[in-house]
Design a binder for this molecule. Structure first.
Ligand SMILES: NC(=O)C1=CN([C@@H]2O[C@H](COP(=O)(O)OP(=O)(O)OC[C@H]3O[C@@H](n4cnc5c(N)ncnc54)[C@H](OP(=O)(O)O)[C@@H]3O)[C@@H](O)[C@H]2O)[C@@H](O)CC1
Ligand SMILES: [K+]
Length: 551
């Protein structure tokens, strides 16, 4: 599991050490870790695996992030690398600058940067004497280097790259598109311009092959879109780790998911393993019913009760004879949890069942056609953490529109805003609806509602590594079936996921269950390598994923 923190919580952990005068030591530890990762990349870039003869360019900002870059440059110099720092701000970290120069590193200033970001800014006297390079010259330095270190902005920045350095990055990105064999790019702490706390990545950014961060992972490293531009993450311990408080986001990795996935014990029965009720599909959209029940069967549901019309029931049974089918109403049957919504659009009797599921006290995965009625139900009060909404960004936009209509919020973000900061909007949706929200996307974000009144903290998780091939019709139905299975189990065994952490109890267990479902779905997408995964194959892959684990 990766525990990810906001910049502010890392700074709070650092503060006592800074107050005690250990700031320089922290920075040098950070920079040493950064330089080691850079060395690995440089050795790969040199056919003989040597550092001497390799070149590194450090893009340096005016704050401590730039200081890390300068110190790392000095360590690389000591190892024989030819290092040039390009200063992009009106000042530079004095000790870092001194250290790099003392070891023979070159330093130049990017022309026009000060004027572009602040027409009145004069370069600080300590850097005014350095030779300047224009954007074209800087670009040719970048493109001919073996390695570029991005140390312009870190956790102290606000907003994206500006001025001349933004234009330089834009030019460099254009070069990379035509020449993919350019230098390796290593980001210092975070990719410059990416918001460490939300993962927002306003263009342009220098997409990194690797990011080296200090003390702890930041939220931007585990959520989209920041994660997509961060490359491989290395966390360097710098001595603040013990002082960190609760993480902001938990990233579950494959081993966490497989270890925590609930498994039956010898005394379990089909009922104690969790009965899942499914309201999905209509004669017009029977596939949703077939795929979601098939996924639940393959995920190990104790028992599945499908409610629907005769035509759809026949098709569900033809695919999965294990499913118990009827035309009952939700209140007529006893289940541990519901899955409602896939493929129910415009069908009166399925819509009535969906409504009954929303109003029932049982836990429920509310997907696709259940999302709008769930959002409408918020007008009558919070839904409860045991109700799990599973929108993609477009569906969440609709949910917010309903919430705005009811006066629950003034701010209804559109799809683009949601995709730019999914972790923020998933949290907000959970807080406003009182439900657990699983927001599908490049990384899947799961947020519990928390409660200010009861002092219950929100839990937030992220799941990555899903194959882009998953973006097919029916993939969501498969996810819903997997989610329903694990939610039904957790409904029957409230403490089943406690090994994930204290947060995975009480209300947080629904977020934990949803994260496990999304995690297994993502793992199943890559079982046979990278390639097409039709939803029926995906469902069968779930069995392979769960079988490969040792208990
Ligand atoms: N604390 C520690 O002990 C340790 C911290 N460490 C390192 O410190 C980093 C945080 O350093 P930081 O706080 O100095 O901020 P950082 O991100 O370098 O730069 C902000 C500067 O840039 C400016 N600026 C802001 N926005 C801007 C923009 N959009 N475009 C252009 N300029 C912008 C702003 O200047 P201003 O405009 O306010 O004058 C400000 O001075 C952290 O990421 C890690 O790498 C490690 O060494 C471990 C120990
Ligand atoms: K950076």
């Amino acid at each position: 599991m990766i525990d990810a923190y906001t910049g502010a919580s890392v700074r709070a952990a650092e503060q006592p050490l800074l107050d005690a005068g250990y700031g320089d030591i922290l920075m040098r530890r950070a920079a040493l870790g950064l330089s080691r990762v850079c060395e690995t990349h440089l050795r790969r870039a040199n056919r003989k695996g040597l550092l001497s003869g390799t070149t590194a360019i450090i893009l340096v900002g005016s704050g401590n992030n730039g200081g890390d870059g300068l110190w790392a440059g000095s360590f690389l110099r000591r190892a024989g690398v030819m290092v040039t720092a390009i200063l992009t701000g009106s000042k530079a970290h004095p000790q870092g600058l001194k250290a790099l120069r003392a070891l023979g590193g070159s330093v130049v200033r990017l022309e026009g940067q000060d004027e572009a970001s602040d027409p009145n800014a004069e370069p600080d006297a300590s850097i005014a004497g350095f030779h300047t390079v224009d954007r074209g010259q800087a670009l040719s330095k970048l493109t001919s280097a073996h390695l570029v270190v991005d140390a312009v902005l870190g956790t102290g920045a606000s907003g994206g790259l500006r001025g001349e350095v933004a234009a330089l990055v834009q030019d460099f990105n254009a070069f990379q598109r035509t020449s993919p064999t350019g230098p390796r790019i290593v980001a210092c702490d975070v990719v410059s311009g990416v918001d460490a706390d939300t993962g927002e990545a306003p263009e342009p950014v220098l997409k990194a092959h690797a990011t080296v961060t200090f003390g702890a992972a930041k939220v931007a490293h585990v959520v989209a879109p920041g994660e997509q531009v961060s490359g491989q993450l290395t966390v360097i311990p710098i001595g603040i780790e013990e002082r960190l408080e609760d993480p902001s986001v938990f990233r579950l990795e494959a081993r966490d998911i497989l270890k925590a996935w609930p498994r039956p014990t010898p005394t379990d029965t089909k009922y104690t393993r969790g009965v899942l009720g499914v309201v999905a599909g209509t004669p017009s959209y029977p596939g949703a019913a077939i795929m979601s029940t098939n996924a639940a069967v393959n995920s190990g549901a104790g028992m599945i009760r499908f409610l629907g019309d005769a035509t759809t029931r026949g098709m569900v049974l033809a695919q999965s004879p294990e499913v118990v089918c009827s035309d009952d109403q939700p209140w007529d049957v006893h289940v541990q949890a519901w899955l409602a919504g896939p493929g129910v659009a415009d069908d009166e009797s399925q819509s009535a069942r969906v409504q009954a599921v929303i109003e029932s006290p049982e836990p429920a995965v509310l997907d696709a056609g259940a999302l709008t009625p769930a959002a409408q139900a918020v007008a009558d009060g919070r839904l409860g953490a045991q109700k799990i909404l599973t929108p993609h960004a477009g569906e969440l936009e609709q949910v917010f529109e309903w919430l705005k209509g009811f006066g629950v919020t003034d701010d209804a973000p559109d799809r683009d805003r949601i995709e730019a900061a999914p972790v923020h909007w998933a949290r907000e949706a959970a807080r406003l609806t009182g439900a657990t929200v699983l927001l599908k996307g490049a990384t899947t974000i799961i947020a519990s509602p928390g409660s200010d009144e009861d002092g219950v903290e929100q839990v937030c998780l992220s799941i990555g590594q899903a194959s882009p091939w998953l973006a097919t019709a029916g993939s969501g139905d498969t996810l819903a079936g997997i989610l329903g299975t694990v939610v039904a189990h957790v409904a029957e065994h409230p403490d089943a996921l406690r090994n994930l952490g204290a947060w995975a109890r009480e209300d947080g267990r629904w977020a934990a269950a949803a994260a496990l479902g999304a995690g297994v779905h993502a793992l199943a997408s890559r079982v046979d390598g990278e390639g097409p995964v039709p939803p029926t194959v995906l469902a069968a892959n779930v069995r392979k994923v769960l079988r490969t684990t040792r208990q």
